[in-house]
Ligand binder design. Structure first.
Ligand code: NAP
Length: 287
């Protein structure tokens, strides 16, 4: 079954700068094909100075959905008609839904991550002691999504302690028992955690020998999770596996942030397994 482009075809896409590395088009077009949706999804290289023009164009052409990536996730916000609470809390938009000319910004990164963690590693996060290493934009999204999951505690460790403290302060009240620590306390925190999540870029291609912590610090039987999906298995995850941990890679986060966007646009359940298969094939072929 192919995407047949005709005069009813609805346009979707992703914007960013750079954008040619994006796997979103292959993933989303596969999803449209699987569900028999008459849509087509492409990648647009949009520089900062053309962002306003893009939004006007998206409205004029009646694009139904847009994904937003680096560096536009913040700058797009004032150009939209409405910001959903998910994007408001995170302070960034990665998905736009166009309802008859009214553009609403959502953020599906954090909820995508948590859905992936629950599907692939631990179905119920109630009572979990979670350690997040890193305090950037991705951590903010994960904290937003974790707030609904009943975790017993969340510890944020970061090289720059002030950034971890800022996040802990912002989510206190939403996430019970949240605290910030510096690198000096990381070893002890690992021993006390059920789930350790790497949200730093340490270990990402081409610096594949880097890792945020020593795998021997982890508790055997705990879950080690990495947001990085290039490479699919990082040094952090390799060491964790050798230590007897259950490992969870970053590909699922990418798939499910897209799955939520697909569901918001089409109202249909996303074909997540097919989407994963297509992205894996694209990553493995280097296309
Ligand atoms: P970000 O805002 O730039 O934050 C980067 C974090 O990494 C900060 O906490 C930073 O610490 C830490 N860090 C960077 N270099 C470090 C070093 N040498 N030593 C110790 N800490 C270091 O990035 P982000 O947007 O949150 O993204 C973080 C990671 O998640 C990236 O690897 C990204 O590819 C991945 N990601 C994956 C997906 C997915 O779909 N799987 C989606 C989003 C992001 P400081 O505060 O001290 O600088």
């Amino acid at each position: 079954m192919g995407n047949t482009v005709d005069s009813h075809t609805v346009l979707y896409g992703v914007i960013g700068d750079p954008i040619r590395h994006s796997k979103s088009p292959v993933m989303m077009n596969r999803a449209f094909r699987e569900r028999g949706i008459n849509g087509i999804y492409t990648a647009f290289h949009i520089t900062d100075d053309r962002l306003g023009d893009f939004v006007a164009g998206a409205r004029a052409m009646g694009m139904r959905g847009v994904n937003v990536t680096i560096p536009h996730k913040l700058a797009i916000m004032p150009l939209l008609d409405e910001i959903h609470e998910s994007a408001q809390a995170i302070g960034a938009v990665n998905t736009i839904v166009n309802d008859g000319g009214r553009l609403t910004g959502y953020n599906t990164d954090g909820i995508g991550y948590v859905r992936s963690l629950k599907e692939e590693a631990r179905s119920d996060l109630t009572g979990a002691r979670v350690l997040i290493v890193g305090a950037g934009g991705a951590t903010r999204g994960i904290l937003y999504a974790l707030a609904r999951e009943g975790a017993a505690s969340v510890t944020i460790a970061n090289r720059t302690l002030a950034r971890a403290e800022e996040l802990a302060d912002a989510f206190r009240g939403l996430v019970p028992d949240i605290r910030a620590i510096g690198q000096d306390e990381l070893r002890d925190a690992c021993a006390d955690s059920d789930i350790v999540i790497n949200t730093t870029s340490l270990g990402m291609y081409p610096n594949v020998d880097a890792s945020p912590l020593d795998g021997d610090w982890l508790r055997p039987g705990s879950i080690a999770s990495d947001l990085i999906y290039n490479p699919l298995t990082t040094r952090f995850l390799e060491e964790a596996k050798a230590r007897g941990c259950l490992v969870h890679g970053g590909l699922g986060m990418f798939i499910y942030q897209g799955a939520y966007a697909f569901e918001y646009w089409t109202g249909q359940p996303a074909p997540a397994a097919a989407m994963r298969e297509t992205v894996l094939a694209a990553l493995q072929s280097g296309s």
